[in-house]
Structure formats: structure tokens, C-alpha cells
Write a protein of this length. Structure first.
Length: 430
């Protein structure tokens, strides 16, 4: 099959073939020799921040190890979900492994049905990482945790990390924060090592119960003393007390990235302390200085100043606006698109404190919010709202832009991907 035909096949699986728990992917992997059991895994769940934590971990660990990463969604192509160090899976390997999966799918199809998109891509990552004999696989949960396609690693999980949990995917995970936390807590393994960046007592109660049931060691990054020295449009500097006070700087913008960085640092510290991996604090300092995660508070143009941030829910927008308070700017020009299953009214309420105008982009995507609903909600918060294509929105604000303004593109990682492609000039559609 050609690469384009493989993409068509994968996309035909979107939103279909739901499975109870992750039994189908487990049965498929059993049929092909259980390659997932040969991987040493760091597993990362959460509502916000998990991708940034994966990236921080990858950048540090690739200095000494061969590291595979599996993330979602993709920013440019499906292939950038699956990387070894910083190199995405090649088209040849992508096609070869996809053909193998399609050929062997018949072994489980009659009893369990076809693989859905996320199961398919998870299996592809597992096969690729096992074939390439990587040292460590860092796997980002797609949604939830307990029933997620990535929650298949029962033996060689090095550590589980649970980043900030908030209200998202309620139609699948439940409408109470405790239910969402319970889904995320499902990645905790028997006798495992766990780090969480959460502070909410309701969430922590769920995580503590899960850890106690599984005799796992749960560590809280908020227990660490830290002090923010500086956080602005150049990045952040903070002090953190481990065995002693250490100073770290990160290039990644946003105060919320300090929380993510501390979660990653603490996980690396514990892996080293428990003699699971060999990681040096000085190396962590050196590497985090230059670690960046595209699409998350990313400056893609300096004149005009254009920032992309994949804040895609209420908690994400709140963390974005907390960072805006530290940025010295005159006017915020907002370009936004929000998926229909998000709490878009609450997101608009939060961001309306920083601007009086918004340009919505109506994405050609089935989960996009109804543009008329967005305009109505924007007007309720005294936001002047217009609808444009992404290229027209950028042109519109570039003409209005003045020194010390910010053009902010946000609301969805899918949208940020499209905007990033427009600004930087590449084809995001494959």
C-alpha cells in the first residue's frame, strides 16, 4: 500500500470501533508475540501538561539513552507521534508496520472488531520501538488512563507520572473530577513508582487510594520547595530544593511550564535515586535550558510577536492567562478555534479579561464547535467576534499590530497545528 492509502485506512478508524477497556489491543499484541513486554516504559497521563513532561524527559534522557516517544495529537503528520530521540518514524517504516498490522488484524477482528485509530498507532509505536531495541519508551496517554490503549505495560514500567487533572472528555470519563482522576489513576502499577503534579485534595484522595491498593510509592512534586525567580517572554528561572537547592532555567514560556518541568525533574531524580536510570542533576540543568515543545506557548514570529498555545480546555486557558499576567504587552490580538466537546463558554470567559476582540477560525473538522455558538458566547463576554480563515485572521491582525502587542493563537492543538503550518509554511495535512 502507498503511504497515502495507509493514512486513508488509519483515518477511516476515527471515532469508530470502540472497545471495552483495552482488551482488543492486548489480544492483538498477544497474537504477534507481545512486543510491549520487551519495552521499559515511562508512562505519562493527565489532562494538561503531559506532552510537555514527555518532551522534558525525552530531551534529558536522549543524552545518555535511546529514547522512543509516543504522543498525541500530531502537530504536522501522523509520523511525528512516533519518534526515536528527535527523529520521527520514516514513511517506509510507517507503511511497513501498518501493512503488518492490517494483515494480522484478522486474527482478532471476528471476536473483537477492527482496531480504532489510537489502538492502531499505539501498536505501531510498540512494534517500531521493539524492532529498534530502544532503551526507554515514553508513552503519553491519549485519553483517561485506565482503559487507554497505552495502558498495556504491566511489567517493565519504570515510573508513572500524572500531570494536572481537570474537567475534560467528560462524555467518556465522567462529569465529576473524582471520576476523571480515577481514570488517570489507572496507569499506576502494582508496586510501582508514581509522581503527580496535582494539588486538588479531591484528586489526591483518588490517587492515594489507587496507590495504596497497588502498594505503589506516590510522590508529590508540590512537596518540593521551590521559588520562581523570573518568568517572562524569554522563559523562566526557578530554584528547587532536592537534596539541596538547585537553580534551573527553561526556555519554554509560561509559568505552568515550571510545574511541568518540576514534575519531570522529580521523576528523573527518583529514577536516579532508586538506581533505575543514571541521571545527573547538572545534565538536567544543562539540557532543560534549551528544551522546547512546539505548539505550547511557542513564539513562531518575533515581529509581529505571534505566540501559539494549544490550550484546549478551561484549565489550559487559565494556565495560559496566568502566564499572560507576567508578559508585558500593550494589546492582545486573539485568534481562536475550539472543539465542540470543550467548555468553550468558560474558556471565552477566562480569556475575555485580556482582550476585547476575537477572530474565530471555522475548522473543517467534525469536532469543531458551531461557529454561531462561539460568536454568541463571545458577545456575552463583550468580545467583538469575527470569522475568518486562518491566513486572513493573521493578515488582519498583522495590519493592526503595534509594537509590544501579542498575536495569540489558541483553543485547540488541531487548530494550532493548522496555524503553525500557515505561519511556517509546511504541509500539515499528511
Amino acid at each position: 500500500m502507498s503511504y497515502s492509502k495507509i493514512i486513508e485506512n488509519i483515518e477511516s478508524r476515527i471515532g469508530q470501533f470502540k472497545s471495552t477497556g483495552n482488551m482488543r489491543i492486548r489480544k492483538f499484541l498477544e497474537q504477534i508475540g507481545s512486543p510491549h513486554e520487551k519495552l521499559k516504559v515511562i508512562h505519562v497521563a493527565g489532562t494538561n501538561g503531559k506532552g510537555s513532561i514527555v518532551n522534558f524527559l525525552k530531551d534529558v534522557l536522549k543524552d545518555s539513552y535511546t529514547v522512543g516517544t509516543f504522543v498525541s495529537p500530531h502537530l504536522i503528520t501522523y509520523r511525528d507521534r512516533i519518534k526515536i530521540n528527535d527523529i520521527e518514524i520514516s514513511k517506509d517504516n510507517f507503511v511497513k508496520i501498518a501493512e503488518f498490522i492490517i494483515k494480522n488484524e484478522k486474527l482478532i477482528e471476528e471476536e473483537y472488531g477492527r482496531l480504532n485509530l489510537f489502538e492502531f498507532l499505539t501498536i505501531m509505536a510498540v512494534i517500531y520501538f521493539e524492532e529498534k531495541e530502544i532503551d526507554i519508551a515514553i508513552m503519553e496517554v491519549g485519553m483517561g488512563g485506565r482503559a487507554d490503549s497505552t495502558n498495556i505495560f504491566d511489567k517493565e514500567k519504570l515510573i508513572s507520572i500524572i500531570s494536572s487533572i481537570s474537567m475534560d472528555h467528560m462524555e467518556y470519563l465522567g462529569s465529576a473530577i473524582e471520576k476523571i482522576a480515577l481514570a488517570k489513576a489507572g496507569i499506576i502499577n502494582q508496586n510501582g513508582l508514581v509522581v503527580t503534579t496535582n494539588r486538588d485534595p479531591r484528586i489526591l484522595k483518588v490517587l492515594i487510594n489507587e496507590a495504596e491498593d497497588k502498594n505503589a510509592s506516590l510522590y508529590y512534586s508540590y512537596d518540593l520547595e521551590y521559588e520562581v525567580i523570573m518568568s517572562d517572554l524569554t522563559g523562566s528561572v526557578f530554584k528547587l530544593k532536592l537534596d539541596k537547592w538547585e537553580e534551573f532555567s527553561i526556555k519554554q514560556l509560561g509559568t505552568y511550564q515550571i510545574e511541568n518541568a518540576i514534575g519531570a525533574i522529580y521523576a528523573l531524580y527518583l529514577l536516579n535515586k532508586n538506581k533505575i536510570l543514571d541521571v545527573n542533576i547538572e545534565d538536567i540543568k544543562r539540557i532543560l535550558k534549551n528544551s522546547v515543545w512546539p505548539g505550547r506557548m511557542e513564539i513562531v514570529s518575533k515581529n509581529p510577536l505571534i505566540i501559539l498555545d494549544g490550550a484546549h480546555n478551561e484549565d489550559g486557558i487559565k494556565k495560559l492567562t496566568e502566564s499572560l499576567k507576567n508578559f508585558k504587552f500593550n494589546k492582545l490580538h486573539l485568534i481562536m478555534s475550539v472543539l465542540s466537546d470543550k467548555e468553550h463558554a468558560k474558556m471565552l470567559a477566562e480569556i475575555s479579561n485580556f482582550t476585547d476582540e476575537v477572530v474565530f477560525v471555522d475548522l473543517n473538522y467534525k469536532r469543531s464547535s458551531d461557529i454561531h455558538d462561539l460568536i454568541k458566547e463571545a458577545n456575552e463576554y463583550n468580545l467583538k467576534a469575527q470569522v475568518m480563515k486562518v491566513e486572513d485572521a493573521l493578515y488582519y491582525y498583522k495590519n493592526k499590530y503595534k509594537d509590544k502587542d501579542i498575536i495569540l493563537v489558541t483553543g485547540s492543538l488541531y487548530f494550532v497545528s493548522e496555524a503553525r503550518a500557515e505561519i511556517l509554511g509546511y504541509d500539515y495535512s499528511i
